[in-house]
Design a protein around this ligand. Structure first.
Ligand code: C2E
Ligand code: CA
Ligand code: CA
Ligand code: CA
Length: 274
């Protein structure tokens, strides 16, 4: 009887229906948000490690779901990936970031690209199209990709990166150190930059082993002549350490949280006036 009970449980679990229903509702709302242009972008400062001068921003998508409030991209990006919405979401983000960046000629702009976009053979074509449409200087755009897809499809990744670089954009490896990638592997992809994941940076002043691993990681990247950004910097101590290890670019709440475009413009105006 116990066995049968368990079997029935796996066949019918009302809480699973509730989950699925919630997910479907979220997916539907997301579809509507994309179609009606209700997603927005926040921009987080990227600073020079030596001078702490603002050198760029990372565009991060934001969704304020009607009746629910803000939903984290960590929640809705994976749903966009599995429901075929990532193409249009990604196109929106890229176009919006390029359009907005035109008012900040002195800044570089990083845009996250998810595996579902990168996998599309037409991805390079639509990057080319957006660059042309928005008349942005390609060299100011960095596309950030994560390692998951890259490891599964090294050959195609290499080709895609080459094509993108042919357009003049830069390509960065995001979240480095959070997964399984070996650094020896990196050279062959031709990344213009590596971003060290926040999970590694966090422990830099607490954990000796983590500190040594971080130090070795940055040193290896630099021995391949690849510049390194440290993300998730929250304290002065972390900033000092990461700079010491050889990161040339820093990002984190210490320098600024993701903010609306107008705030970036204000920051630039203050810098220009100074
Ligand atoms: P990510 O690309 O690694 O972006 C950095 C995330 O860390 C952002 O979270 C940012 O707000 C957060 N962060 C930055 N500095 C600090 C810090 O000092 N402390 C802490 N605690 N957090 C910090 P966010 O905006 O919630 O984005 C989460 C992830 O969602 C991103 O991680 C990225 O993987 C994905 N994502 C965000 N926007 C987009 C997008 O437009 N397209 C795609 N494909 N993915 C996106
Ligand atoms: Ca990123
Ligand atoms: Ca990252
Ligand atoms: Ca991350």
């Amino acid at each position: 009887a116990k066995e049968a009970g368990r079997a029935r449980m796996t066949l019918y679990d009302p809480s699973m229906d509730a989950d699925r229903e919630q997910r479907n509702a979220l997916e539907l709302d997301l579809r509507i948000a994309i179609e009606s242009g209700d997603l927005t972008l926040a921009y987080q400062p990227l600073v020079d490690a030596a001078t702490q001068a603002l050198t760029g921003v990372e565009a991060l998508v934001r969704w304020n779901r009607p009746g629910h409030g803000p939903v984290s991209p960590e929640v809705f990006i994976p749903i966009a990936e599995t429901s075929g919405l990532i193409e249009s979401l990604g196109l929106f983000v890229l176009r919006k970031a390029c359009e907005t960046a035109k008012q900040w000629p002195e800044l570089n702009v990083s845009v996250n690209v998810s595996p579902g976009q990168f996998r599309n053979p037409a991805f390079t074509d639509y990057v080319r199209y957006v660059l042309k449409q928005t008349e942005i200087e390609a060299s100011r755009i960095t596309l950030e990709i994560t390692e998951g897809y890259m490891i599964q499809n090294p050959q195609r990744t290499r080709q895609s990166i080459e094509r993108l670089k042919g357009l003049g954009v830069k390509v960065a490896l995001d979240d480095f150190g959070s997964g399984f990638s070996s650094i020896g592997y990196l050279r062959q992809f031709g990344f213009d930059r590596i971003k060290i994941d926040r999970s590694l940076v966090m422990g830099v002043n607490e954990d000796k082993r983590q500190r040594e691993m971080l130090q070795a990681t940055v040193a290896l990247a630099r021995s391949l002549d690849i510049p390194v950004t440290a993300e998730g910097i929250e304290t002065e101590g972390q900033a000092v350490a990461m700079r010491l290890f050889g990161c040339d670019c820093l990002q984190g709440y210490l320098f600024g949280k993701p903010m609306v475009a107008e705030q970036i413009t204000d920051m630039l105006n203050e810098l220009r006036a100074a």
